[in-house]
Write a protein that binds this ligand. Sequence first.
Ligand code: ATP
Ligand code: MG
Length: 441
Amino acid sequence: MATVKAVRGTRDLLPPETELWNRIEATARKVFARYNFGEIRTPIFEDTGLFARSVGEETDIVSKEMYTWEDRARAQSEKAQSLTLRPENTAGVVRAYIEHKLGENGQLQKLYYIGPQFRRERPQKGRYRQFWQIGAEVIGPPFAGSESPLRDAEVLEMLATLLDELGITGWTLEINSVGSSADRARYNDVLRAALVEVAPKMCADCQRRAVTNPLRVLDCKVPEDQPIIDGLPKITDSLDQESKDHFAAVTAALDAAGVPYALNPRLVRGLDYYTRTTFEFTHGGLGAQNALLGGGRYDGLSEAIGGPKAPGIGFAMGLDRLVLTLQGQEQTVLEAIYVNTPSDAYIAPLGEAQNAAALALASRLRKSGLRVELGDGTFRLKKSFEIANKLASRIVILGEDEVKSGILTVKNFLTGVQGKIPREELVTLLKKPAGEFDGQP
Ligand code: ATP
Ligand code: MG
């Protein structure tokens, strides 16, 4: 029978690599806490309409990448609801913000999430069908200051700090303003007009986008199209004064805080809901999929899905890509994590009759904070010693005599010293570094 494998575009994360994932997540939580962000966990699937209305029908995500199915309320029921595995998390967070009336206390909501997202994309390095994002949103009623350019700058400064604390070196921040929805509409018209002449020379996707969603042409990655795109009108020239002032205030705050950035007038990002500030952090070590994270302001999103006016700004970073980046750069840190450090003790019960006593001893040691590997009654001195030697720095032998007398035999694998010690002194002994020779086991 053929074996069952993990589905294309999905993968198992195994120890010790999961240590690195945990370390990244722990660092993110620690940094978010310093900025007063709280964690939100939204469902993994949502009503399909949520994504269609927020991310946008014309985007790659909604038009071809979503895992969608008809879900019946009851097994026999005819009525079905269209559900979708979340391809991103901002829509879910804003839905929750509306559903729980989080804006009603008049304060800014600062929320972060960590979790899997799903998109039917062509799997390649740094691109999977189930991938993980760490993201955050700052959202609230306008009188709470949610539109302030300081919020944008604070989020960007937080991201620079987080990447630095993760140990990611050599990142680049690119920012742009796509203006208000009126600015975007105006620019779309300018762009559509300019594309009439050049689009036929571009890739098939761009020819389609030139008609359906001209802004997306700027996202094109096809090398031959790049010189044409460089010659197109810039969105910067279509911004009204308010949007220009907003953007200038963002960059002034970044300058004051010493966050380095590059202006990129082509950066429009894939999703429909972005307004004003948009940004991306990239890393050269990632190859073709070089975006570590992306984000921006989405002042009209809440209203687009039936909520109150609630401007906001947020980002989503690809956890898979953070892991790849760190694996590519930080050998010393990784080695410290990946080299299996031995346990403090291996407990070897000699014979099944000593199994229960061995568990009781392991329980005591572990409660005192020691890391313990528990053998079982099949322990045979010669062969099993070799295994224990690999797993732990000391072995505690538990034979019938030891259990009766409470005097245990301990061997220190690093110094080779073996001796007997009373059970009450075991914790103190095991907490001593195993490599130091002082005559004790
Ligand atoms: P890309 O240009 O790489 O497709 P995107 O614009 O589709 O990115 P967003 O929707 O903004 O990406 O998601 C934010 C981040 O999530 C990306 O910068 C990336 O790090 C990560 N990401 C997006 N799609 C995937 C995927 N299929 N596999 C792994 N990470 C992903
Ligand atoms: Mg994408």
